[in-house]
Structure formats: structure tokens, C-alpha cells
Ligand binder design. Structure first.
Ligand code: GRG
Length: 296
């Protein structure tokens, strides 16, 4: 299996599906739908949908069936990025290489575009024609898992503790609290949802949960490292970085080398959890390597 073509193939499928699930730009109110589509189609990696597809494949699931759920995860992710960039939060001017949503559409529309993407995700997840043939109980579990991971004890909670910790010295457990929730929770939800829709048993669910927890945290550590390495490359000119904002990061707390060691350790832990799945988990294995070694 060649990871780049795997990622490219599924990115294309996810983009096409997102285009069909999101209301068109001319649908009333066009200003809102334009703003939603602007950020969704701004060139994201589609990592969460692809993780979901790969998790479903690992348990022998049908990657066509999971597509709407995978799209809902990307909508939630995009909403979080739009809101994270707002002046009240990170106040960023660029995202995915383009001006941020509020820079183009104004703050009020950006807030509402984020709100609408979050809501659209659950409209899609609860649509009667989504997940045909999947037991109602499993469908409820999928929706519940995604909602819990995105909510006040998941992504949003992690974001709040991250904001509170800005400019302060924090402990290692607080750092892990932030990272497992702010970024890790939605990745874990992607893996767990993929496993459930793919028809996993309890043992496979537990193993994939271990993978999702470790890979999600490794992703955030790698992101922190990229933030620092990127700053060094730009001679400290990237004023939008977390490092310069005094945010809680692994390199700030542990140093660059120890942060890298922790990311590698988590990658290996993630991949150990895949042992029972054999060849079918090869995409997940390679994604764990990609998460740690990526350069953007
Ligand atoms: C505002 C509710 C709310 C939550 C914000 C996700 C998040 C929580 C904040 C994003 C801050 C950030 C940039 C964290 C670093 C890790 C991360 C989520 C990076 C962006 O994800 P990628 O690399 O982005 O998957 P693409 O653009 O490829 O989708």
C-alpha cells in the first residue's frame, strides 16, 4: 500500500461527498452557505474522515457506508477551526493558506458559519437514510460518541483549558488534558465511529480506542513541534504561532527532543494496538507514521 495515493484517493472521495451534503452557495441564505463552503473547501488534509475510513476498513467495514459520517466529522472540525481563528480566540488571519473566514465574511457570519457547520453535521448524522442497514442502537452510539468528543468534556473543554493556560506555567497532566481533548478527542471519535460503523466487536473497539488515543495525542505533539521548527525556519517571524502566544505546548514543557521522543513513543503504542488486525490495518499503521513525520 502506498500512503500518498491512499490519502489522495480518499481525500477526493470525501471532497466529492462534502460537496453533495453541504447546501449549495445559492441556497438561501447564500452569504452563510458561501462562508461555510469557503472554509470546508480551503484545502484541509481530511485526516479525520480518512482515519474513520481506515478504522472501518481495519474491521472489515464498507468504506462507502461511512462517507456521510466521515463528512460530518470534517464539518465539525472545520467549525472548530473557524471559531478558533476568531479575534476572541486565536485571532488568526490565515488558515489553510487562505485568509480566515472572519477576514473574508466578517466576524458575525464566521461565528454563524461555524454554528451552522456543527448543526449540519448532526442533521447529516441523524438523517434517516444515512447508515442503511446499521442497527439503530449503533447509529445512536456513533452520534453520541461524536457529540461527546466534540462537547464540553471533549474538544470544546480542551479549548477552554488551553485558553485559561495561556501565559501561565502548567503541569504535565494539564498539558495532556488539553491535548487529548482539544485535538485528540475528535480524532478518537473518528476512529471509534469508523470501528462501530464497520461492525467491530468489543475487543476490536478497545484496541482501536487505544490506537485513536495514542495517535490523536501524537498528532498534537507533532503539531507543536512543527510550530517551533516552523518558527525557527522563519527566524521567529511567524507571530501567529502557539509557541509565541505563550500557549501550553509539549516542546515548551519538555523540550524539543523529549517532545519528539514522546510522539514516537505514542506512534509505536498506537501501532502495537493494531496487531490483531493484520494487513487490514496497514493504512492506519502508515497514517500513524505520517502523523509524526509530516512536515505540514
Ligand atoms: C473553537 C470549539 C473550538 C475548538 C477549537 C481544533 C481546535 C479546537 C483548535 C485548533 C487549534 C489548532 C490549530 C490546533 C492544532 C492541531 C490542529 C487541530 C490542527 C489542524 O488540524 P489539521 O492539521 O488541519 O488536520 P487541516 O487544515 O488539514 O484540516
Amino acid at each position: 500500500m502506498e500512503l500518498n495515493s491512499y490519502l489522495k484517493h480518499h481525500l477526493g472521495r470525501v471532497d466529492k461527498a462534502l460537496d453533495t451534503y453541504l447546501p449549495g452557495e445559492s441556497v438561501l441564505p447564500p452569504a452563510l452557505h458561501k462562508a461555510m463552503r469557503y472554509s470546508v473547501f480551503a484545502g484541509g488534509k481530511r485526516l479525520r474522515p480518512i482515519l474513520m475510513i481506515a478504522a472501518s476498513e481495519a474491521v472489515g467495514g464498507d468504506s462507502e457506508l461511512v462517507l456521510p459520517v466521515a463528512c460530518a466529522l470534517e464539518m465539525i472540525h472545520t467549525y472548530s477551526l473557524i471559531h478558533d481563528d476568531l479575534p476572541a480566540m486565536d485571532d488568526d488571519d490565515f488558515r489553510r493558506g487562505r485568509p480566515t473566514n472572519h477576514k473574508v465574511f466578517g466576524e458575525a457570519t464566521a461565528i454563524l458559519a461555524g454554528d451552522a457547520l456543527l448543526t449540519e453535521a448532526f442533521i447529516l448524522l441523524s438523517h434517516p437514510e444515512v447508515l442503511p442497514g446499521v442497527a439503530a442502537e449503533t447509529r445512536c452510539r456513533v452520534i453520541h460518541t461524536i457529540a461527546r468528543c466534540a462537547g464540553s468534556q471533549g474538544m470544546v473543554g480542551g479549548q477552554v483549558v488551553d485558553m485559561e493556560s495561556e501565559g501561565r506555567e502548567i503541569s504535565f497532566p494539564t498539558l495532556e488534558y488539553i491535548h487529548t481533548r482539544k485535538t485528540g478527542a475528535l480524532m478518537l471519535a473518528s476512529i471509534q465511529a469508523g470501528a462501530m460503523v464497520g461492525g467491530c466487536d468489543e475487543e476490536a473497539f478497545r484496541a482501536l480506542t487505544r490506537y485513536g488515543e495514542a495517535a490523536g495525542l501524537a498528532f498534537q505533539i507533532a503539531d507543536d513541534i512543527l510550530d517551533v521548527v516552523g518558527d525557527q525556519a522563519l527566524l521567529g517571524k511567524d507571530v501567529g504561532s502557539d509557541q509565541q502566544r505563550g500557549k501550553a505546548t509539549y516542546p515548551a514543557l519538555l523540550g524539543l527532543e523529549a517532545a519528539r521522543d514522546r510522539a514516537v513513543e505514542l506512534r509505536d503504542l498506537a501501532n502495537e494496538a493494531l496487531a490483531p488486525f493484520g494487513e487490514r490495518a496497514e493504512p492506519l499503521r502508515q497514517i500513524a507514521h505520517y502523523i509524526v513525520d509530516r512536515t505540514s
